[in-house]
Structure formats: C-alpha cells, structure tokens
Design a protein around this ligand. Structure first.
Ligand SMILES: Nc1ncnc2c1ncn2[C@@H]1O[C@H](COP(=O)(O)OP(=O)(O)OP(=O)(O)O)[C@@H](O)[C@H]1O
Ligand SMILES: [Mg+2]
Length: 184
C-alpha cells in the first residue's frame, strides 16, 4: 500500500519482469531474477508468474476461453492443451457458463475473473495483482477477494497485491507500505 505515485505499479512491473530496474536487484527465492537475460526473463514471465491488472487488459474481440488460452499458445502449448487449461481455469473462477462470451458481454467483476483465470492458467507460483479490485463495486470486490484468498489458501498460490483499500490490505499475511519509491 502507498500513496498515488509512490511506485507501487513500478515495483509490480519490475517484479513481474515487464520493466527493467535501472539499479538494484531482486530475488525470487534464491534466484536473482534481475540478473536474468531477456530470454530467461520471458521464460520467467511465462512459467513462474501470473499478472492481474486494474483494468483487466482483456482482448476485446476474443472470447473468455480465447483470452485465457492466448498466452498459453504464445508460450508454446498446443491448441488442445491450451484450450483445456483455459476451460479449467475459467471453471475454477466460477465462469464455466461464460466460455464463449466476449468481454463486452461480461460484467466488470466477470471480466476481472477472466483476467484472474488467465493469470493462473499456466499454474504460476506467484500472482502479481495491481489493484485488482480498484475498478469494481464493493460486492464484486468482495467476490474477487474471496476468489484470490481461495486460490492462496486452497491452491497454494503466493499473491503479491497492491491496493488502496485498507480493509483489503488488512487481509494480507504481510503488509508493506511504500512511500516515495521506498519501503517505509
Ligand atoms: N516507465 C516509467 N519511466 C519513468 N518513470 C515512470 C515510469 N512509470 C512510472 N513512472 C513514474 O514513477 C512514479 C511512480 O509511478 P507508479 O505508477 O509506480 O505509481 P503508483 O504507486 O502505482 O501510483 P497509483 O496509486 O496512482 O497507481 C510516478 O512519478 C511515475 O510518473
Ligand atoms: Mg499504480
């Protein structure tokens, strides 16, 4: 948690390998990910982590199943396997009735669940979530949080999440505050 502009998204982008730090280093477990080559970072992004954004970032012309399976194809999985994993993930987030729906046919909460299904489809170890409930009403926020807590407690995912909401922040096992680009 931290004020706007304090560097939360920047930190998430760096930890998920989307952005490169200009200085410093970071480790995931014993691995110095910041020292990885470009190819190894791509591999890390594709196999070790999942990312959830505030604004869902779904492809507007693709169905739920296509949105979830696309990164799996890109990672080299066959069409059948990608499709199967996508359906499994969508079922896990409670969207088994929404496989063929496009984003505009879904509510905000459902779109975010598609994005969560996409983030877990490759069975990552860590999910990075940047304000996953920031764009949702209270009821949908609560459902998304229930789902994330379920994934953490029952499925063993580690979740690193940014939030502005103190109640949601309090749900974390560990809370970190960031201020002016530094852990406070
Ligand atoms: N790629 C970039 N290159 C240079 N500066 C950047 C880059 N991305 C963000 N910044 C700057 O870094 C600072 C931190 O931005 P960041 O998006 O991490 O804040 P935040 O804590 O996520 O804020 P918010 O709560 O509003 O989302 C801002 O001043 C921003 O302008
Ligand atoms: Mg941000």
């Amino acid at each position: 948690m931290g004020p706007s502009g304090s560097g939360k998204s920047t930190l998430m982008h760096i930890l998920s390998g989307i952005d490169k730090p200009e200085e410093g280093s970071f480790f995931v477990g014993d691995e110095e990910v910041s020292a990885y080559s470009e190819a190894k970072i791509t591999e890390y992004r594709r196999t070790k982590i999942g990312i959830i954004f505030q604004f869902f970032n779904l492809m507007p012309y693709l169905s739920s199943v296509e949105n979830v399976s696309l990164p799996l194809y890109l990672a080299g999985k066959g069409k059948k396997e990608a499709h199967m994993l996508a359906e499994e993930s969508l079922s896990l987030v409670g969207l088994s009735q929404r496989f063929a729906h496009k984003p505009y046919e879904l509510s905000g909460g459902e779109q975010q669940r598609v994005a969560i299904a996409r983030s877990i489809a490759n069975r990552p170890e860590i999910i990075f979530a940047d304000e996953p409930t920031g764009n949702l009403d209270t009821e949908n926020s609560n459902r998304i949080m229930e789902l994330l807590i379920h994934l953490q407690k029952e499925r063993g995912f580690t979740i690193v999440m940014v939030t502005h909401n103190t109640e949601i922040g309090a749900m974390g096992d560990i809370q970190l505050k960031i201020k002016d680009g530094r852990l406070a």
